[in-house]
Design a protein around this ligand. Structure first.
Ligand code: HEC
Ligand code: HEC
Length: 151
């Protein structure tokens, strides 16, 4: 009985060491971008090119925050200023030629309408993002909802 117990223990220790070796070889984490050892760094991805200016994107579903069709690098949004609103606010959109923020952006979460953009809609890039020409990591068969698709 005692012998059997130590045999099981030895077997368990061997299996554990083997599995530790396997996970050390692939850094323990395998992802779509490959595997990297824990003690070395992945080469940084090249910065994606974001088109400087393009036509607006079609929307894919109702209430989708529209995608940003222009560069936004260096556009500051903080306590003192909001670069996005310098073109997209109701006071500035006419001169800038930008779409004005919609009425929903003035509503608080309790449905109260404010006279300026609601704090919950102040940090535009929580919801609106620019697009780069990047190869998808996985296939995607997503189709726009009927009401918005052209065909
Ligand atoms: C210098 C002016 C300017 C600034 C600053 C600016 N935009 Fe724009 N934006 C535009 C113009 C012009 C358009 C294009 C409108 C069109 O072609 O109909 C546009 C389009 C957009 C659209 C697409 C609207 C739609 O209906 O599809 C979004 C979303 C947007 N901008 C978000 C932002 C965000 C977020 C920021 C800040 C990070 C920002 N913009 C800063 C001028 C600006
Ligand atoms: C919490 C998410 C969220 C934030 C934050 C947000 N938006 Fe939006 N935005 C949306 C959604 C969702 C829509 C589409 C439905 C709607 O109009 O409410 C939209 C629509 C828009 C449109 C198109 C309006 C139209 O008439 O077609 C513009 C322009 C826009 N947002 C600009 C901005 C700017 C500029 C900011 C920052 C000041 C901002 N948004 C912050 C979610 C957001």
């Amino acid at each position: 009985m005692k012998n059997l117990k130590s045999l099981v223990l030895v077997g368990w220790a061997v299996a554990l060491t083997a599995s530790m070796q396997v996970s050390a070889e692939i850094g323990g984490v395998q992802s779509l971008r490959g595997a990297e050892e824990l003690d070395s760094n992945n080469a940084a991805e090249e910065m994606k090119r974001i088109p400087r200016d393009r036509a607006t994107f079609e929307r894919d579903y109702l209430h989708q925050p529209p995608l940003i069709p222009h560069q936004v690098r260096g556009y500051q949004v903080d306590l003192n200023s909001n670069k996005c609103l310098s073109c997209h606010s109701w006071t500035n959109y006419k001169t800038s030629g930008a779409t004005k923020v919609s009425l929903t952006h003035f509503d608080t979460r309790d449905g109260q309408q404010l006279s300026d953009v609601s704090p919950r809609r102040y940090f535009c890039m929580q919801c609106h993002v620019p697009q780069a020409d990047a190869k998808p990591l996985v296939d995607n068969s997503f189709k726009s909802v009927d009401a918005l698709s052209a065909d």
